[in-house]
Design a protein around this ligand. Structure first.
Ligand code: BDR
Ligand code: CA
Length: 308
């Protein structure tokens, strides 16, 4: 059984990543969900995480709110993509239970301290909480089994031509995380943009009962679904990597996050010519899309059977 701690900013694709984790309960235990301001404000990402915890029947998994904004920068949001609530057209029942006491950064440090080598950090929002955890207790780098992120790219941006959203939203935090001493598993836009909900995929979501009430409006409000293309469910790639790294081709690289550029702030400058330097990242360069959807839809189908 693999264990993860998921740091997220739900976020439509964060919700679909959480659904993948919930549907993979036979192989994956979620030790906690932490939230960060990102796609929408922290109050909304936390409210969405709480609603998703109950809708997806995560039971007692703690939801702990973290950082509201970037370490240094003005706030950047993605409401133009995720809608005012952060979940697009999805409407979930109001949660009955509130968040855990305390702060996500403490939760991350203490959870990893208690189980060194066991828990993989999966970060699918701006890296503010992870950077603060590293600053507060540098040994989290040793204690984490692994760090898998959705973020960055070696070819392009999405929020602007240079930068992917999670990197742009807190470039200093991203720089701290990439420089911390671990080997970041980077699921960037280069692969996540191939994880598209096409009409064939959507056709397999419609019959999924209650779960379809999340999946279908999520996909439809996240982008235009056609036979050849559709919205990319970026964040689910990070959870999929934990479940089955063989879905991805990954190449060692030295990644530096641009924090000073006038037009390139948040760019993940990726050098595959590592030479005698230490590779600080393993960068995903391709995804087996068919096997990815077999994994994801299989998990959704199992979850749907549970949820009714
Ligand atoms: C990333 O940015 C956010 O809008 C998504 O939730 C995803 O984590 C994609 O660039
Ligand atoms: Ca996200």
């Amino acid at each position: 059984m693999k264990k993860i701690l998921l740091d997220c900013d739900p976020g439509i694709d964060d919700a679909l990543a959480l659904a993948l984790a919930a549907g993979s309960a036979d192989a994956l235990e979620v030790a906690g969900i932490t939230t960060v301001g990102g796609n929408v404000d922290l109050s909304l990402t936390t409210a969405n995480a709480l609603a998703l915890r109950e809708f997806l029947e995560f039971g007692d998994v703690p939801v702990t709110p973290g950082s509201a904004g970037a370490l240094l920068r003005h706030t950047v949001r993605a409401t133009h993509v995720h809608g005012a609530t952060g979940l697009g057209a999805v409407v979930l029942p109001a949660p009955e239970r509130g968040p855990s006491e305390g702060h996500a950064v403490d939760f991350i440090v203490e959870t990893l301290r208690a189980a060194p080598g066991e828990i993989t950090l999966v970060a699918v929002g701006p890296l503010t909480n992870i950077a603060l955890a590293v600053r507060r207790e540098p040994r989290v780098v040793e204690w984490a089994r692994d760090l898998v992120i959705m973020g960055g790219s070696y070819t392009r941006g999405n929020h602007n031509p240079a930068a992917e959203f999670n990197m742009l939203a807190d470039p200093e935090a991203a720089a701290i995380v990439f420089e911390a001493g671990w080997t970041v598993k980077m699921m960037g836009l280069d692969v996540t943009l191939t994880a598209m909900v096409t009409s064939d995929v959507l056709d397999r979501m419609w019959p999924l009962g209650r779960l379809a009430e999340l999946l279908v409006p999520a996909a439809q409000s996240y982008g235009v679904v056609t036979a050849e293309s559709g919205p990319a469910i970026h964040d689910a790639c990070a959870v999929a990597y934990v479940l089955d790294p063989s879905l991805f081709t990954c190449v060692p690289a030295v990644v530096n996050v641009e924090t000073a550029g006038l037009y390139t702030r948040g760019m993940t400058v990726t050098d595959f010519k590592v030479g005698d330097r230490r590779a600080n990242a393993l960068v995903a360069t391709s995804l087996d899309v068919k096997r990815f959807w077999d994994l994801v839809l299989g998990a959704y189908e199992r979850l749907a059977a549970r949820l009714g």
